[in-house]
Ligand binder design. Sequence first.
Ligand SMILES: Nc1ncnc2[nH]cnc12
Ligand SMILES: [Zn+2]
Length: 392
Amino acid sequence: MMTNSVFPGPTAPLASRTARGIQEDGTDHALDAVSRTFTGSTVSKSLTPRSEPDFMLAEFITAMPKAELHVHLEGTIEVADMFRYAQRNAVNLPWGTEDELRAAYTYKNLGDFLALFWQGCRVLTTREDFYDLTLAYLQRAHAQGVVYAEMSYAPQNFLPRGITVDHQIGGISDAIAYAREDLGTDAEILVIVQRHRSEAEGLELLDLIRPHRDSVLGISLGGPETNNPPAKFARLYARARDEGYRLTAHAGEEAPATYIAEAINKCKVERIDHGYTAFQDPLLVTRLVDEGIPLTMCPLSNQRLQISDDLSTYPLAHYLQAGVSVSVNSDDPSYFGGYVNENFEALVTHLGIGKAELLQLVRNSFTGSFASSSQIGAGLAAVDKFEQFWNN
Ligand SMILES: Nc1ncnc2[nH]cnc12
Ligand SMILES: [Zn+2]
């Protein structure tokens, strides 16, 4: 299939997969060699964070085969494309120039960000827009070594403007088919139910997407978290489970750990998006390990939304050490200053993690996915092969 996109594809070249060897700096970055205590939101550690990721480590990050499990398609509109979509669809934007738009990308909190994010959604209108948006993300993800992506999007961002789910899911699915064939990157759709809307509206959404059941792998809950607890959607999740969807929810992004426990207990989710605040309840962290419930964490998002004011105390290190299946993801990459690899690089820079942790994180990205067991096996085998290749 040929793409009919009017947008230029991303230009980032695939990093060489032939480069070998990481220069260890004498300090082993393996977590078990590190003394870490975790109290409240503070991780103290003996490692010195790097001022920036080593060149070779950045190359290692790009070359690692990986899955991305938490990315909002609407959050992948690049600044220049925002203006192109707006022009093509005759949508007025409140920003006159790309620089003005970029200057608006500072957020006090999640609500502040969502107000801007919803403005951005207004430029997407046609089936072709959804196709172009999805393909542009998958090309970028492919260039970053992503071999499998679970891409979220919220149909309720578009339904009030009369944009049908047929156009939305149709455009996204066509781009997935193209990327699978042309890039070899596989992808699935997760539909987000907006938590500030009623459960009844969410149930109507389940009715609307039912004809596309085969194109949608799972359901998540997104939007403003505080005062919109998961239990509000318990019936919706029960129905989604009956219909065979895989289940996840944003929880513990800005709200306390009780929201994470509630998503697991009341909505029976299999995975948690973010889970940043899990550290507030050590028994919950143990439960995540014991029950194998993964967290899809997004460091740059948490930093830009002022959830984590200092990535050198980012709790991912603690969760990884405790044995939680935590993965690294970009959330809304064009709004938060980086795609998945920039998120990995931020962890190297601020937490001082090294190759062993990076490999564990990408293994978790496959085992924590909703892919079939054969796809997960293939992803893990690709990581094993990569590790052997790199070590020899
Ligand atoms: N970070 C985020 N949290 C909740 N809902 C979102 N929708 C898009 N980005 C989101
Ligand atoms: Zn998210």
